[in-house]
Design a binder for this molecule. Structure first.
Ligand code: TRP
Length: 451
């Protein structure tokens, strides 16, 4: 069986996707998920959203909008596993297991945390002012997202590369501590799509909500038109030749055009197409590229119950992987059922009982004796002398009957008693610890096996 490449990425649900998010992350991810060799896990990182945002309405709105955006963009939920992080209780549980092996020093180096500390120091505040444990542990939660599904490739922006590296580090530590030669976690790799355009915003800087220079994605045509009208251009008048290579309006056009469309637009600009008309053409292009998806988006937003169903279905698929895997991990760290433990003890006893054996022999003086040997052949007990074989046999039977053993420790050995009579003695052991181990081995060897 060939394993398909597991691709996993999360989208923090704090905003409404804009054109830059679409071209830079959503569209390429949807295209990648159609590759028959890809097994894609895409999820709404809504636990991560809580780290950055304490406005419940905004969180809720954003989850809905982002889910609808991905589906409207053509994500096929039968092919990919599409879910909300907060619907997978195994994720916070794994986060804790990982937190317990993650080095604090590693997290001290996280860029986002360090930036907050640096800012506090600069402004003369307490270094930890306003810093939550959520922000500090952000990379551990992200490691759990990635390691839970043993992702091979993690498409992310450059700012997230460090987090993927930390996931490797933490996963490796866990493997080393608990794997006993088994690699529980696959080492993930960050995937940076060089070919994917970082779209410029209205002012030419990277399109980003924090610069307030975005073009909306699935809002009304009017809103999109209004945003486009605010794209900053140079002051060349209609008829004057424009420079496409230094125009972010052209860059935006190119990101959605076929090569032929882009060539035509370029030569028209060179020939003096006015900026007003150029903006009009950009609007026409975006509207024809995105109009159909916008329709689907609006329909989805109006049926939140259907979206809920789709995401619940995704959670089910994700948990079919996560639940058994987490059980394995719990087992590995020692969080095990006592029932299972009783079974393990029983099989150990069975083995010990099978392996331990009584060896009877006759002394020169005609008396009958026996030795009890442990699995490794070590002598645990040498019996006293019995007048006949029958008595010796009865003693071995009684010793194995399950009645409480009367074992009496002496200095470096012990003796075993039945009905007030000493029936056997141990050899002398090197120390009292060795003696106690032998007593335990004796008890196990003499415990009746329950089938
Ligand atoms: N931290 C990522 C971001 O802000 C979102 C995210 C959360 C993520 N968990 C992830 C990305 C797991 C990739 C894999 O972009």
């Amino acid at each position: 069986m060939t394993t398909r490449t597991r691709i996993l990425t999360g989208i923090t649900t704090t905003g409404t996707p804009h054109l830059g998010n679409y071209a830079g992350a959503i569209r390429p991810a949807i295209l990648a998920s159609r590759d028959s060799n890809a097994d894609s896990f895409y999820f709404l990182a809504d636990y991560h959203a809580l780290i950055k945002c304490d406005d419940p309405l905004r969180i809720q709105r954003s989850r809905l909008e982002i889910a609808a955006t991905w589906l409207a963009g053509g994500l096929d939920v039968d092919r990919v596993t599409f879910y909300r992080q907060s619907d997978i209780p195994e994720i916070p549980e794994l986060t804790w297991l990982l937190t317990c092996v993650a080095a604090k020093g590693l997290l001290n180096r996280a860029h986002a945390y360090k930036a907050s500390v640096d800012k506090n120091v600069e402004t003369g505040e307490d270094p930890d002012a306003g810093i939550t444990m959520g922000l500090y542990s952000y990379p551990v939660l992200m490691a759990a997202d990635i390691l839970m599904f043993n992702a091979h490739k993690v498409p992310v922006g450059r700012d997230q590369i460090q987090h993927v590296e930390m996931a490797r580090d933490i996963g490796q530590r866990f493997n080393h501590l608990f794997g006993q030669g088994k690699e529980f976690f696959t080492m993930p790799e960050a995937l940076i799509e060089e070919s994917v355009a970082t779209l410029p915003g209205l002012d030419g800087r990277k399109m980003s909500k924090s610069y307030d220079n975005t073009i909306p994605l699935f809002s009304s045509a009017k809103e999109m038109k209004d945003a486009i009208s605010r794209i900053v251009t140079d002051s060349r008048a209609p008829g004057e030749a424009k420079d496409p290579d230094n125009s972010h309006l052209f860059t935006l056009f190119q990101a959605f055009a076929t090569p032929a469309q882009a060539d035509e637009f370029r030569s028209d600009l060179l020939q003096g197409l006015g900026w007003g008309e150029a903006k009009n053409r950009l609007f026409q292009l975006l509207d024809s590229e995105l109009g159909e998806s916008r329709e689907r988006y609006n329909q989805l937003i109006e049926r939140p119950a259907d979206l809920e169903d789709i995401l619940q279905h995704g959670a089910k698929k994700a948990r079919a992987v996560a639940t058994p895997f987490l059980n394995e991990l719990r087992e590995a760290v020692g969080l095990r059922s006592f029932v299972a433990q009783a079974q393990v003890a029983a099989t150990t006893k069975k083995k010990a009982a099978k392996a331990a054996r009584f060896v009877s022999f006759r002394e020169d003086d005609g008396s009958f004796r026996f030795r009890l040997l442990a699995a490794d052949g070590e002598q645990l007990l040498l019996s006293r002398h019995f007048a006949d074989g029958k008595t010796a046999g009865q003693v071995t039977k009684q010793l194995q009957s399950g009645q409480p053993l009367d074992v009496r420790s002496e200095d470096l050995g012990f003796s075993v008693w039945l009905e007030g009579q000493c029936v056997g003695d141990s050899p002398a052991f090197a120390d009292s610890a060795a003696r106690d181990v032998a007593i335990e081995a004796l008890r196990i060897a003499l415990t009746p096996v329950q089938e």
